[in-house]
Design a protein around this ligand. Structure first.
Ligand code: ADP
Ligand code: MG
Length: 725
């Protein structure tokens, strides 16, 4: 979401047309200490500063004090257990009060053996063991006869109790400072827990009191602490439960973040509405011509969605609608029908696909239907030759193209329309939020239709789009047979290949997907290449290969050969997976299925089962399967319902992975975790609407505090809308 709100300054121009002198809309000075660079804190040198940037910075900026405070511990170390030696449990962290009774250095100063120190209490004794130790340090820290507190794990070794490298060796003074429960933070190589703790503490110290932006009655009813108090409680837990996502302090912070997100969305949307739309009215004659040209009838769900859209188009308000439909539910046709209405009204429509292959596929699929209705269709991609491209651009601005299909190339500044009325964004999760909305800039009050094949759970829709209108295609076109899904260990590869050879003999078309290996593209390609060669040994020319590093034309050629049936097995990396439609394909093999997320598996499986032929999906996995991976494969076998799969995915892995990679335009919450805080999201939405209804300019005392909240969470664009009035 941050991206959407920052979009006003992007290179694509201003979506909200908000260019105004920035000085007028500065972040409140109160927040300055929180936005100071982290490296300005005492104890954070240039070297640690760089590490913090790597760990915490949002994009190219350097890490701020705020980022450290929002870096919450993921677990704790409990040092409260203070048993006697004889009663101490093994293998958990204990803190023991002992007296040093004997030093046993390795024989000779340079000897390799460990340095042992015998300590005791009235119940028994044990050894502290130090490998490669600095002898001076040991002698200084553990003088004979001194009383010390040592904290670490006890183990039994050759019949003797020992603690290897105690985490802490403390005297009385040190003990007083030992936190009962220590927070544990996510790190990056070279950074240590104490670096984070120090930075957090220094940051907390400099943070001024902030006005509370929550409704006091609400916070009281929930028994939530104040914002700073909540941060402190989590960075200095008194017991492990204090950092639980359900703990009051965590809830409070999650709510703050969600409220900032929802309030920003409400404000941006209201602004969009205020800028207004333009009614696009048609009778549906062109749409009817297209319907007549189809070899099938629309599903009820498709008709319903088209009806929703046509109403939106005809209204004076700007449309911002999401069409959610499982893979194969027929979203493309819904988009085409919507675009046909716009064309009939004498205006233009653009449809943006995430990849070149998809844009071309749409272009080819829509071609005959557009011909049937007399609609002029164009294609614009990054790969067009200069002359071709110039002709397309000229035709767009002259209004000689009614519908243009394309890729990111459609965003470019040189692209202008005579009268763009509707922008359709397909398979949206490949685009950032800002990109989806960039097309809206290319015309006067452009209506926006976003189509997602990933059925986003209701909770996530709210965070991505606020109260965006949603049409759901839950029903699939008739006549689709269920897909036979099996999980097979990779050891049975030979059986699988044998099975495939039978299927090939009867003319089957097969996808074979090789996954991302350790996020290393070269390794991925190697894996795919190796598989390609192996399959070639069996099936010769009938095997094709397509991957992300191939040139565009090579990719096209490989796809087309598969489409035409010249190759029957297409080995592919996931780079190309989304949305490709080869109805004849009936077998999907996914190698290393255990490495994929549920949403991705579902997407991939959706590539088959599009015709009436019986289809199957083979999930090849490498044992042993982890718990989550096993659950995923199980769910894949159980159901084809994308909505259920999405919900399970959310449950299993948390919101970060539902929509795939970082480029997904994910809101990237730092404090909220939707698998725990979904209920808070709904509450934040309600609160945001209430606030906006009562005090749209955020003028009241609480309103002023809410402005601080917006800036605190980087929703600057929303805050700027305010003063703009
Ligand atoms: P997706 O929702 O995944 O984008 P597509 O729009 O690519 O789905 O449609 C998948 C396939 O279903 C296409 O081959 C399309 O022609 C076909 N299709 C779409 N609507 C219907 C329908 N009502 N009846 C039968 N087939 C349909
Ligand atoms: Mg599609």
């Amino acid at each position: 979401m941050a991206k959407l709100l920052r979009f006003g300054h992007s290179a694509h121009g201003t979506w909200l047309n908000l260019r105004r002198p920035l000085s007028q809309f500065m972040r409140p000075a109160l927040l300055n200490p929180l936005f100071a660079p982290l490296r300005a804190l005492p104890g954070v040198g240039p070297k640690t500063g760089k590490l913090f940037d790597r760990l915490l910075a949002q994009g190219p900026e350097e890490a701020r004090v705020r980022d450290a405070l929002f870096h919450l511990p993921h677990s704790t170390i409990d040092r409260r257990s203070r048993p006697k030696i004889a009663e101490a449990e093994r293998d958990i962290i204990v803190t023991l009060e002992v007296v040093v009774t004997e030093h046993r250095p390795p024989p000779g100063r340079n000897a390799r053996g460990p340095y042992r120190v015998l300590v005791e209490d009235e119940t028994g004794d044990m050894l502290l063991v130090f490998f490669k130790a600095n002898h001076d340090w040991i002698e200084r820290m553990l003088p004979l006869g001194a009383k010390r507190w040592v904290s670490g794990r006890l183990e039994l070794w050759e019949g003797h109790l020992q603690m290897v490298h105690p985490d802490r060796v403390l005297d009385e003074e040190g003990l007083k400072k030992l936190p009962p429960v220590e927070p544990v933070y996510g790190l990056t190589e070279g950074l240590y827990q104490r670096n984070v703790q120090k930075a957090v503490d220094a940051g907390m110290e400099r943070t001024p009191a902030l006005p509370d932006w929550l409704d006091p009655a609400y916070a009281r009813a929930r028994k939530w602490p104040g914002f700073l108090e909540a941060l402190r409680a989590i960075h200095h837990p008194q017991k492990p439960e204090d950092i639980d996502p359900r703990a009051p302090a965590r809830q409070r912070l999650a709510f703050d973040e969600l409220l900032a997100n929802q309030l920003a969305l409400v404000m941006v949307r209201a602004r969009m509405k205020k800028l207004g739309g333009r009614a696009t009215i048609s009778q549906g004659l062109l749409a009817q011509k297209i319907a007549d040209a189809l070899p099938f009838t629309l599903t009820g769900a498709q008709s319903g969605a088209i009806h929703d859209i046509v109403q939106d188009l005809a209204s004076e308000e700007r449309m911002l609608r999401l069409v959610q439909g499982d893979v194969g539910s027929g979203k493309t046709l819904v988009a085409l029908m919507a675009m046909a209405h716009v064309v009939e009204a004498g205006r233009q429509a653009a449809m943006m696909a995430p990849t070149e292959i998809l844009a071309r596929q749409h272009y080819e699929r829509l071609g005959p239907l557009c011909d049937a209705a007399g609609i002029r269709l164009g294609l614009l991609t990054g790969r067009d030759k200069v002359g071709e491209r110039n002709r397309t651009l000229a035709a767009l601005i002259a209004g000689e193209i009614d519908i243009v299909v394309g890729t990111h190339a459609l965003f470019q500044e040189s692209v202008a329309f005579r009268d763009l009325a509707l922008a359709v964004v397909d398979e949206q999760h490949r685009f950032g939020v800002h990109q989806r909305l960039a097309l809206g800039d290319k015309g006067e009050a452009v209506d926006i239709l976003v189509m997602t094949a990933t059925p986003i759970p209701r909770t996530l829709v709210l965070t991505y789009f606020g109260d965006m209108d949603v049409s759901v295609l839950r029903e699939k076109p008739a006549g689709r047979a269920p897909i036979d899904t099996r999980a097979i260990p990779i050891e049975r590869l030979e059986d699988v290949v044998r099975g495939l050879s039978r299927a090939l003999a009867s003319g089957a078309r097969i996808y074979w997907v090789c996954p991302l290996v350790e996020e290393n593209e070269d390794l991925d390609l190697a894996a795919a290449g190796e598989r390609f060669e192996l399959l070639q040994q069996f099936f010769g020319d009938r095997v094709g290969l397509v991957h992300g590093q191939m040139k565009g034309r090579e990719k096209d050629a490989a796809m087309e050969a598969f489409q035409r049936g010249e190759t029957q097995i297409l080995v592919a990396t996931t780079v190309i997976e989304v949305g490709v439609d080869v109805p004849e394909a009936s077998i999907m093999v996914i190698e290393h299925a255990e490495r994929f997320g549920l949403a991705q598996l579902h997407q991939l499986r959706g590539r088959v089962g599009r015709g009436s032929a019986k289809s199957s999906c083979l999930l090849l996995y490498k044992s042993p399967l982890g718990e989550v991976a096993r659950a995923r494969l199980e769910i894949m076998r159980e159901t084809e319902d994308g909505f259920r799969i999405a919900e399970e995915d959310l449950r299993l892995r948390g919101e970060g992975e539902v929509l795939g990679s970082k480029q997904s335009g994910a809101p990237g919450f730092k404090l909220a975790q939707l698998e725990f805080h979904a209920e808070l999201l709904a509450a934040a939405r309600d609160d945001a609407q209430l606030i906006f209804g009562r005090d749209p300019e955020l003028q009241s005392e609480r309103g002023q505090a809410l402005r601080t909240l917006l800036y605190l969470f980087g929703r600057d664009e929303a805050a700027k809308l305010l003063q703009a009035g």
